[in-house]
Design a protein around this ligand. Structure first.
Ligand code: ADE
Length: 263
C-alpha cells in the first residue's frame, strides 16, 4: 500500500461480505485495490447480534410480508465501519427509494477521500437507523433488488475506475462518451477479423486517418444517443458541427434501411 494510504477508502456494511469480496478481487477494481489506490473494507452486522441465533432481522411493526433489519446490530456495524474512514466520509444507504446513481454521482464520490455503503436486505432497514446514521440514499435504477450488495458493487466499480492511475491511457475514462462534460452513448467497437459472416468492419476504421476516425466515432455516438436515449440530448445544446454529424448519421441509416428492404 502507498505510504500516504489509499486515494479512496470505502466501507461496506453487508450480511454477505464474502460474496462482495470475491467480486472486488477481479478486474479493474481488483487491480486498483491490489495497487493500493483504493481500499474496500466490510463489516457484517451479524457480528454484533447479541442473541445465540445471531438474529439481525425481525417482523415489521404494523404487519405485512418480509422482515426488517434490526437497528442495534446495524448501528454498531455502521459505527465500526465509519471509524475506519477519513473524517467527513458520507454514509450512503443503497435502496430503491434513493436518488438515482449516475455518472455525475460517480464523479462526485470519486472526488471524496472515502464513503460508507450500507447494503440492505429483506424489506429494508429500520427507518430510525437511516434517520440517525445515514447522510444520503442512492438507487442504481428503477427496479427492486433482493439486496444492496449488487448496488454496492456497481457504485464501487463506477467510482474506482475514475480514480487517477486506475485506467491506463488506452482505456482512459476521459475517452468514454459518458466521461468529461458530454453525456453521450458510446460508439461501436470492432476488432479482428476484418469480416465475419459477411459483415465487414467499417472502412474508415481500417484506414489510418485519425481525424476521420474521430469524426466517425463522434457521429456514431451522437446518432446512437439520439436514437436510443433522446432524453440525454434533450438538456444539451448541440454545436452546428454536431447537428451536421447527426443529420449525416440519419441519412446514412435511412439509405441503409432502404437498401436492405430492396434486397
Ligand atoms: N436495493 C434494492 N433495490 C435497489 C436499487 N434499485 N438500488 C440500490 N439498492 C437497492
Amino acid at each position: 500500500m502507498d505510504a500516504a494510504g489509499p486515494r479512496l477508502a470505502v466501507e461496506v456494511v453487508t450480511l454477505f461480505p464474502d460474496a462482495l469480496r470475491a467480486q472486488l478481487a477481479v478486474g479493474v477494481v481488483g487491480r486498483a485495490i491490489e495497487r493500493g489506490i483504493a481500499r474496500v473494507g466490510t463489516e457484517d452486522p451479524r457480528t454484533y447480534a447479541r442473541d445465540v441465533h445471531r438474529t439481525v432481522d425481525d417482523r415489521p411493526y404494523g404487519g405485512g410480508p418480509g422482515m426488517v433489519l434490526k437497528v442495534e446490530p446495524l448501528a454498531t456495524a455502521v459505527a465500526a465501519a465509519a471509524a475506519r474512514l477519513p473524517g467527513g466520509s458520507p454514509r450512503i444507504y443503497l435502496s430503491a427509494q434513493g436518488r438515482r446513481f449516475d455518472q455525475a454521482a460517480a464523479r462526485r464520490l470519486a472526488a471524496l477521500p472515502g464513503f460508507l455503503l450500507l447494503a440492505g436486505r429483506y424489506e429494508g432497514v429500520d427507518e430510525r437507523l437511516v434517520e440517525e446514521m445515514i447522510d444520503e440514499e442512492l438507487s442504481i435504477g428503477d427496479y427492486v433488488l433482493s439486496g444492496g450488495e449488487l448496488a454496492a458493487l456497481v457504485v464501487i466499480d463506477a467510482t474506482v475506475r475514475l480514480l487517477p492511475g486506475v485506467l491506463g491511457d488506452a482505456e482512459s475514462a476521459e475517452q468514454e462518451s459518458f466521461g468529461g462534460g458530454r453525456t453521450l452513448l458510446d460508439w461501436p467497437h470492432y476488432t479482428r477479423p476484418e469480416e465475419w459472416r459477411g459483415r465487414r468492419v467499417p472502412e474508415v476504421l481500417r484506414g489510418g486517418d485519425h481525424a476521420a476516425i474521430r469524426r466517425w466515432r463522434e457521429k456514431q455516438a451522437l446518432g446512437r444517443t439520439s436514437e436510443r436515449r433522446p432524453d440525454l440530448l434533450a438538456g444539451q445544446e448541440l454545436t452546428s458541427e454536431e447537428r451536421g454529424l447527426l443529420a449525416e448519421y440519419r441519412e446514412e441509416r435511412e439509405s441503409c434501411r432502404t437498401r436492405s428492404s430492396r434486397k
